[in-house]
Design a protein around this ligand. Structure first.
Ligand code: F6P
Length: 372
């Protein structure tokens, strides 16, 4: 055996993770004679040294499987809950890396995982990462795997909501995942022909959304689909949040507060933003409104062909980089190719939708209301 590599999947799961594990594993073993082991449940499994052999049969039949055969967790190496304490377990991870004589650790994950991998790189490990998340918010890559599958699921949901909204002359507010980035809501909203699309990058004015819906009614269209990102926020709420954050910062500086660990804004918002938006639209338009929260269904099930292809491309390229001794990088998608991007350029960055992005212009040009 030329090299020994370990693989783990961390953060929320995402369609295409198994395709990527297979891509790394098959290329590493078949083309470069490396030995591959997996760690269960992200960084937590590496701390506990819970391993899985990823050879031959273990890599067969997983290309089309959703989720991750390795399991995942959101635990961070430097802040891991252990019993009733939170501990820095970086040294344990470093020890287990050496115990298995690893030449590289492959971390498959989103923004948080890129940061954690960067920390492990600084602790002396040869780390290489792949960008996965349905949110598509990892910096320095054209796209992340998982996004295309979620886009398909959310678009199909919007398609289906159209006929029932139409039949009942209702507003349907559909909440799409994406954390604090609007890629999924914007993409699915455009592809599904939503009448209103609300994303975190464009704070909305609920009266303007109501006006757009009433305008449709006057034109004889007595139903509307509002696709809202889970992180979408009204102008009013944004202002209130910014004020609360400022207050919390000042209190912290003056040591007047004992609530440093609490979210200064979150506590004030008892009702889900999406449910409240639906209620406000009902009040402002006089039309009946319903809420559909797509939730984790967007992350489940078989990956789309585009995600399988992307994950396989990135996974096999990852094995090639390891063979060439290229570490401390994320394997980014760049056009039809790939590019190793230094982790320090990725860690702590988030790719949100730029206000001049062509998708935003496209949405406006087809008459979609973006709440502003
Ligand atoms: O990052 C992927 C994502 O699905 C986000 O869109 C969402 O905000 C979050 O994970 C949900 O996290 P969890 O699965 O831990 O509830």
């Amino acid at each position: 055996m030329d090299k020994y590599i370990g693989i783990l999947t961390a953060g929320g799961d995402s369609p295409g993770l198994n395709a990527a594990i297979r891509g790394v594993g098959k290329a590493a073993q078949g083309a470069f004679n490396m030995r591959v082991i997996g760690f269960r449940d992200g960084f937590r499994g590496m701390v506990g040294d819970r391993t899985v052999r990823l050879e031959g049969a273990a890599l067969s039949g997983i290309l089309t499987l959703g989720g991750t055969i390795l399991g995942t967790s959101r635990d961070k190496p430097h802040r891991m809950p252990v019993g009733d304490k939170v501990m820095d377990m970086t040294d344990v991870i470093v020890d287990n890396y050496h115990k298995h004589h690893l030449d590289a650790l492959v971390c498959l994950g989103g923004g948080g995982t890129q940061k954690n991998a960067y920390r492990l790189m600084k602790a002396g490990l040869n780390v290489i990462t792949l960008p996965k998340t349905i949110d598509n918010d990892v910096a320095m890559t054209d796209v992340t795997f998982g996004f295309d599958t979620a886009l398909n699921i959310a678009t199909e949901a919007i398609d289906r909501l159209h006929s029932t909204a139409h039949s009942h002359h209702r507003i349907i507010v559909v909440e799409v995942m994406g954390h604090n980035a609007g890629w999924l809501a914007l993409g699915a909203g455009i592809a599904g022909g939503a009448d209103v699309i609300l994303i975190p990058e464009i704070p909305y004015d609920v009266q303007k959304v109501a006006d757009a819906i009433l305008e449709r009614s006057r034109a004889g269209k007595h139903f509307s689909i509002v696709a809202t990102s889970e992180g979408a926020i009204s102008k009013e709420d944004l202002e209130a949040r910014q004020k609360a954050e400022k207050r919390a910062r000042e209190n912290k500086k003056n040591k007047q507060s004992d609530s440093d660990d609490t979210d200064p804004y979150g506590a004030q918002v008892a009702e889900s933003n999406t449910v409240r938006l639906s209620r406000q639209l009902e009040e402002l338009t006089g039309l009946e409104s319903r809420v559909t929260i797509l939730g984790h269904v967007q992350r489940g099930g078989t990956p789309s062909p585009a995600d399988r292809l992307l994950a396989t491309r990135l996974g096999t390229a990852c094995a090639e980089f390891i063979n060439e001794g290229i570490f401390g990088v994320m394997v980014a998608a760049r056009g039809d190719g790939v590019e190793p991007v230094p982790l320090e350029k990725v860690a702590g960055q988030r790719k949100i939708v730029p206000l001049d992005h062509p998708w935003i212009r496209t949405a406006r040009l087809v008459g979609t209301n973006l709440g502003d």
